[in-house]
Design a protein around this ligand. Structure first.
Ligand code: NAD
Length: 260
């Protein structure tokens, strides 16, 4: 389905981004990975995509809090691929504290990585997509792009912001064969969430598994975590012809969280 397409997935060395990269590679797309992590582990992931799916996989370790590194990554993708057909803005970090205790430098980092980086990747990707008359831009937002929680001021602001950026992108590309949509996951048990579960277990002096059950049951009527693979398949759907008239909107995959 995606043979001949070139995809860049930011924050794809673990969790949701890695599952999205695998889903796209599984459908035949060449991929460029991005994110932090152990060098050897990243190289093993890159080569396993190539051997498992018979696609070309590259890696660029740009720090997405740095606009000059984002520009260099987009130039690298253009040099290696000729351009990016599918852009998934997925890299993200979290920090929790009440607003009055929130370190300003954490606010700046979350806005830079979770929101501003997508502005930069999109602005560099669009000219090529417009030239080809085809493109898919998928932004990993969150249930926190739709509703708020305490102690997550920067994250909720960034995720609401990326929902707005998605809509403007959709309007500006509406006649170009390009779509722009957000995916809004609920709780997915990745590194980012594991750290929050550990903190809650410590705080309440309960086991990790009990804290995980409490966390998911508090927000998901389904009382189940979403899996990274389910988000990968959602991204794949947004790349399909069936979704060519879906643009400027979002898909919630949240166990019913935002239906309440
Ligand atoms: P994760 O920690 O497993 O993945 C985050 C990825 O971003 C990693 O590859 C990491 O290396 C990369 N990254 C972090 N800082 C970076 C930087 N400065 N430059 C480049 N890459 C950087 O977490 P995840 O849960 O898979 O998160 C992926 C996305 O999904 C995030 O945008 C997150 O906000 C969003 N999300 C997660 C959940 C959840 O429950 N896990 C829910 C909703 C939305």
């Amino acid at each position: 389905m995606l043979t001949g397409k070139r995809a860049l997935v930011t924050g794809s060395t673990s969790g949701i981004g890695l599952a999205m990269a695998k889903a796209l590679a599984g459908a035949g797309a060449d991929v460029m990975l991005n994110g932090f992590g152990d060098k050897d582990a990243i190289e093993a992931t890159r080569t396993s995509l190539e051997t498992e799916f018979g696609v070309t996989a590259h890696y660029n370790g740009a720090d997405l809090s740095k606009p000059d590194q984002i520009e260099a990554m987009m130039k690298d993708a253009a040099a290696k691929f000729g351009g990016v057909d599918i852009l998934i803005n997925n890299a993200g970090i979290q920090y929790t504290a009440l607003i009055e205790d929130f370190p300003p430098e954490k606010w700046d980092a979350i806005i830079a990585i979770n929101l501003t980086s997508a502005f930069h990747t999109i602005r560099f990707a669009l000219p090529y997509m417009k030239q080809r008359n085809w493109g898919r831009i998928i932004n990993t937002a969150s249930a926190h792009g739709l509703v708020a929680s305490v102690q997550k001021a920067a994250y909720v602001a960034a995720k609401h912001g990326i929902m707005g950026l998605t809509k403007v992108t959709a309007l500006e590309t509406a006649e170009s064969g390009i779509t722009a949509n957000s995916i809004c996951p609920g709780w997915v048990r990745t590194e980012l969430v594991e750290r929050q579960i550990e903190a809650k277990a410590k705080e309440a002096d309960i086991s990790i598994e009990e804290a995980a059950t409490n966390l998911v049951s508090d927000k998901h009527p389904s009382k189940q975590f979403v899996t990274p693979e389910q988000i990968g398949q959602t991204a794949l759907f947004l790349c399909s012809d069936a979704a060519s008239q879906m643009t400027g909107t979002h898909m919630s995959v949240d166990g019913g969280w935002t239906a309440q």
